[in-house]
Ligand binder design. Structure first.
Ligand SMILES: O=C(O)c1ccc[n+]([C@@H]2O[C@H](COP(=O)([O-])O)[C@@H](O)[C@H]2O)c1
Ligand SMILES: Cc1cc2nc[nH]c2cc1C
Length: 341
């Protein structure tokens, strides 16, 4: 620990130590791209994705040899207020489903050849109800961020992050409302499938949480501790650790983006190594991504969570990299280049 008394001091220090992109790697990738048998720019955003991979991996020849999908699971006290269409018991049950290979994310990881890890963040111990007190104390929040940093410990060249946590679209909405202001109604959506009265309860819960914590929401890490949850804190730790180890990150939907938004509020460059895997059906996701300067890769009306949108985006990244790595050059294939004039 540093001498600063705040439990967040080490996190703040790590944010100042984030590396930047590798310009030499990007230049090498652009040069190779220009030699490949296609009109310049014809692979559209796929070309930029390969540059992004190389820039953050620090590799002129980017790799996707060990892509890793991490799902972080947590439980939320606010669920007792009737803010989800499903009961909190689903959290433990879905952990068992992940372990048995029965969830959507298991099939996507198998289809695209992705590694898969689940982080159980005390799923049987809900965090405090944000409407009446803090979700986590500051030390607990930092400890959970540190646990999330383990996501890159096993070695990966691209990390996809997502979550499981009944009630956590309410948590995400509260975080966004605290960071960006605006009415709770703007930030809440139907999550797992809430009806009209549930949606009203959800907006009311966000309003009450903001009132309860008023005067303590200026610092993004305090917002994370008070209004967040363990899976959100762990995802924030994972995103930060990935940056420090030069691992590019693919974000999942509305909830995973809330962890990213906390880091972005600490430093506007904190997400330069991240892409948005998809645009969630949760209505306010587009607004959040605009604020973060992220353009989602996919928009498939998905609202599952569990890193499913990020995993699909990893499949797309694999395609982009395969083209860059394995296409023939004009010279190799004897294909004529662009006509002059
Ligand atoms: O991240 C998203 O875009 C997203 C949108 C809707 C639902 N979810 C998932 O559904 C759960 C949260 O929904 P809810 O209605 O219980 O707040 C949680 O397990 C998330 O993984 C996730
Ligand atoms: C069944 C179910 C699966 C999920 N996966 C992520 N969030 C989820 C929420 C529910 C309810």
């Amino acid at each position: 620990m540093t001498s600063d008394a705040s439990p967040f001091a080490d996190i703040r220090r790590l944010v100042t130590e984030m590396p930047g992109p590798d310009a030499d790697a990007v230049a090498a990738i652009r040069a190779r791209d220009a030699s490949l048998t296609k009109p310049p720019g014809a692979l559209g955003r796929l070309e930029g994705l390969v540059e992004w991979l190389g820039a953050w991996q620090g590799k002129a020849k980017p790799t996707l040899d060990r892509p890793m999908v991490c799902v972080f699971a947590g439980s939320h006290g606010v669920v007792a207020r009737g803010v989800s269409a499903f009961p909190a018991a689903v959290n433990r049950q879905m952990l068992e489903n992940f372990a048995a290979g029965g969830a959507a994310i298991n099939q996507l990881c198998a289809a695209y050849g992705l590694g898969f890890r689940v982080f159980d963040l005390a799923v049987d111990l809900p965090t405090g109800d944000i409407c009446s007190g803090p979700a986590l104390d500051e030390k607990g929040c930092v400890a959970t961020m540190a646990f999330g940093m383990e996501a890159v410990a096993a070695g990966t060249d691209c990390l996809a992050i997502g979550e499981m946590g009944i009630g956590n679209t309410t948590i995400a909405a509260a975080i966004y409302a605290a960071l960006y202001g605006g009415e709770p109604e703007h930030w809440v959506g139907r999550g797992t499938g809430l009806d009209e009265s549930g949606l009203r309860r959800k907006a009311e819960a966000v309003r009450l949480a903001l009132e309860t914590h008023a005067g303590h929401l200026d610092d993004p890490l305090t917002v994370l501790a008070r209004l967040g949850g363990r899976e959100i804190a762990a995802m924030a730790g994972a995103i930060l650790a990935a940056r420090l180890q030069r691992v590019p990150v693919v974000l999942d939907g509305y909830v995973a983006t809330a962890a990213a938004a906390v880091l972005h509020a600490l430093d506007p460059h904190a997400l330069d190594h991240c892409i948005a895997g998809h645009l969630s059906a949760e209505g306010a996701h587009r607004d959040v991504l605009d604020r973060l300067g992220l353009q989602p890769l996919l928009a498939l009306d998905m609202r599952l969570g569990e890193a499913s949108g990020a995993a699909l985006a990893l499949g797309l990244l694999k395609g982009a990299l395969a083209c860059h790595r394995d296409m023939a050059t004009f010279e190799q294939a004897g294909v004529s280049g662009k006509s002059e004039g």
